[in-house]
Design a protein. Structure first.
Lengths: 123, 123
């Protein structure tokens, strides 16, 4: 299974747009039913399944404006690796590296976000 | 298992230095015995075990000067994600995103490199 790079980039851009403008359920709907999410990687918590994933994004919801910007994109078969910037409430900017795996329907089956405190910039 | 970010960055820097200045066997020695390597991701070939991995790097050896430069680094537990530039023979520059997983001894147990033709720049 493999997607053209621009198709994968479209999946990633849709994800970033939905994180910025959608509800937690909208973001979770981009994931496969049995997907896994680890954000940030290395903190011991892996969210398994769309319901748990919706809960994760629910925690990000609030009164804050969120903006996202794709910075660097790399395609690989049915996977994608990318750097992006996310700003929260105009107060801070984080620049993670994320890796996503997609199924044949373009749903995310695995998401891993690599970042730590050092990658947060107060604005 | 977890490493401090600067320790992980040291592992990655040592890897990039060895790719630039070492032999295939030197690079392979940074990998665990049963490690896996996929470079580029999505092309169907996963190299399994240190001997196969040495063979992969052997294919990169030659008369060409290789330089490497770490561009962006993100730590995550015992994993690292990073962007870097590699130039070959002063003729081309590639900028992959790589993800590495390390064992408790700091050996690489998994390496995945995300890049494609579009990420190659003739110099």
């Amino acid at each position: 299974m493999s997607f053209e790079p621009d198709v994968l980039q479209g999946f990633v851009q849709r994800y970033l747009d939905t994180v910025a403008n959608g509800k937690a359920e909208d973001v979770a709907a981009l994931y496969a039913e049995d997907a896994t999410l680890e954000d940030p990687v290395g903190c011991g918590e892996v969210h398994i399944g769309r319901q748990a994933i919706a809960g994760f994004y629910k925690g990000m919801e609030g009164d804050h404006d969120i903006t996202t910007e794709l910075l660097t994109f790399r395609a690989g078969g049915h996977e994608a690796a990318f750097t992006f910037a996310i700003t929260v409430g105009g107060a801070m900017r984080i620049e993670p590296i994320e890796v996503m795996v997609f199924d044949g329907d373009g749903k995310i089956t695995s998401m891993k976000a690599y970042w730590s405190q050092e990658n947060i910039t107060p604005l």
